[in-house]
Ligand binder design. Structure first.
Ligand SMILES: [Zn+2]
Length: 298
């Protein structure tokens, strides 16, 4: 599943290519993907410019142009969930982000074969470029919402972002105080910290030296401090490397960076810990495969 660094990478890429572009038309190939009435969705977006692209947690928030007689801007939300992908194509140039794309499936997807059977929505821009929303499992969604709704979602559904000044020791200490759930589950909760998923939670806990099984309330102040530093460090590195779970391309040949090579525990069960030489273990916590070093993490 795309996590914060992957969604942030797509956001930055889309800003370069899509910001300021005018939507010529929208085609919905699967109504399940769009949370608005299809007629409204298509009509509202037609001939409208994309003004800005922001992100909260793993949610992309696209500011849409306000027309003369309209009171305020509306926003297009895009959530990739488990298997969503965004692929932008302009002539020979294409950029893809989201759910894991192998080199083969990428060239298959953009090698003239779009839309494909997983394409749910197509945006056609003035000047003949395209943005495809592909989603194998149909958990992802697109929705046009009011500014009021955007603010509600930002406040009610998401805790502080990693790398933001809101993610403080005192904030996390207060939230973990009475929690008996394991720290792994708590970190996956978007209302506690926005944007983290399975990969970066495992990596941050390893870096902080904290066992994922520990109840939230058992964490000492020093450990919470270490945890925040570790979360920020892992997320920074992942964004610098354009994320982990997908390959991102500027053209159909040039492969761009990948955090996969930097993973310390995630996906490394049975292998040797880079720090201590003991074997990395895998268990199941909060319904998710969880990777840790039983020696380095206390
Ligand atoms: Zn170790």
């Amino acid at each position: 599943m795309p996590e914060l660094p992957e969604v942030e990478t797509i956001r930055r890429d889309l800003i370069d290519y899509v910001k300021g572009k005018k939507i010529k038309s929208v085609t919905i190939l699967n109504k399940k993907t769009v949370r608005n009435k299809a007629v409204f969705f298509v009509n509202y977006l037609r001939n409208r410019k994309i003004i800005e692209i922001n992100r909260r947690g793993k949610l992309l928030i696209i500011t849409l142009e306000k027309k003369k007689k309209e009171k305020e801007n509306k926003f297009l939300l895009i959530h990739l969930k488990m298997t969503g992908q965004l692929i932008f194509v302009q002539g020979k140039k294409s950029i893809a982000g989201g759910h894991s794309l192998s080199k083969e499936s990428f060239s298959k997807a953009v090698g003239g074969a779009l839309p494909n059977k997983h394409t749910r929505v197509i945006f056609t821009f003035v000047g003949n470029s395209f943005l495809y929303f592909n989603d194998l499992r149909l958990f992802g969604y697109l929705e046009i919402v009011s500014s009021e709704k955007v603010e509600q979602i930002k406040v009610n559904n998401y805790g502080p972002e990693p790398l933001s000044s809101d993610l403080t020791v005192s904030y996390l200490k207060t939230l973990l105080k009475n929690r008996t759930s394991c720290i792994k589950a708590l970190m996956l909760n978007q209302k506690i910290i926005a944007g983290l998923g399975n990969i970066y939670v495992d990596e941050a806990l390893f870096l902080a030296g904290i066992k994922p099984q520990r109840p939230g309330k058992s964490l000492k102040t020093k450990e919470i401090e270490r945890l925040i530093i570790s979360i920020n460090s892992v997320i920074t590195k992942a964004i610098d490397n354009r994320g982990t779970t997908f390959n991102n391309y500027v053209d159909s040949h040039g492969e761009k960076g990948n955090f996969t090579k930097l993973l310390q525990v995630y996906g490394r069960q049975g292998e040797i810990c880079f720090r201590c030489g003991k074997i990395i273990e895998k268990c199941r916590l909060a319904g998710r495969g969880t990777h840790y070093c039983p020696n380095c993490q206390k």
